[in-house]
Design a protein around this ligand. Structure first.
Ligand code: SAH
Length: 217
């Protein structure tokens, strides 16, 4: 794809799929104008990179629809200081968007080949504040630091308890919760006195979250 046609499609994606559908946070839009989605789709599919759809990335997985990435990111209300967790690295696109909006990102992927591909994409773009780890993201990360923001890019039958436990006071988590075909986008906020508030933000369709606190493999 030549640069001009990429710019045209990319700009149209931002205006028609992101801004026109009500994404208001200018920082989210800025991040999506900075990170080329074409770098996160399989070779030869670059022309489809700005389509209003998820795309296959191999291993039965997908890169999420651009609007869904924008919506989940906006719900996290990032200010630039956060330690963020991204569960389900997939292509690495969501992690790359978070890298622009949070201080640091840990991203967990269960399929080693996808993790490796995502690592090289981020390196090629010069993104240095994302750590990609192979493992079961339903367990979160076994350190004691906790996260200000957690985004889960796969659908889960329930909210994994370890992820709630690793949310810091004031922290936000976005996760699709529901069946294996359709889920409800769910936002969980942990208050400063440890109460947890849950709100829902419409239906969505994600690949299954497979793990100890997700779907069985
Ligand atoms: N955020 C990704 C979306 C990828 S699709 C992107 O921007 O491209 C969801 C990904 O979650 C898949 O790659 C799948 O392998 C991964 N996944 C599913 N269950 C997981 C788990 N328990 N831990 C880590 N990754 C998981």
């Amino acid at each position: 794809m030549n640069t001009t046609s990429e710019e045209v499609l990319w700009d149209r994606m931002i205006r028609e799929q992101i801004e026109a559908r009500g994404i208001r946070d200018p920082e989210v839009t800025r991040a999506m104008r900075t990170i080329p989605r074409s770098a996160f789709v399989p070779e030869g599919r670059e022309a489809a990179a700005y389509d209003d759809a998820p795309l296959p990335i191999g291993f039965g997985q997908t890169i999420s629809q651009p609007y869904m990435v924008a919506l989940m990111t906006e719900l996290l209300e990032l200010t630039g200081t956060e330690r963020a967790l991204d569960v389900g690295t997939g292509s690495g696109y969501q992690a790359a968007i978070l890298s622009q909006l949070a201080a640091s990102v840990v991203s967990i992927e269960r399929i080693p080949e996808l993790a490796e591909q995502a690592r090289s994409r981020l390196a090629r773009l010069g993104i240095a504040n994302v750590d990609i780890i192979v493992g079961d993201g339903t367990l979160g990360l076994n350190d004691s630091a906790g996260f200000d923001a957690i985004v889960v890019g796969a659908g889960s039958p329930e909210v994994p308890e370890p992820l709630v436990a690793q949310l810091l006071p004031g922290g936000r988590m976005v996760i699709p919760v529901g069946g294996d075909h359709v889920q409800t986008l769910t936002l969980i906020r942990r208050g400063y006195n440890d109460q947890v508030r849950t709100t829902t933000h419409g239906s969505c369709v994600f690949v299954p979250l497979v793990g100890v606190h997700g779907w069985r493999a």
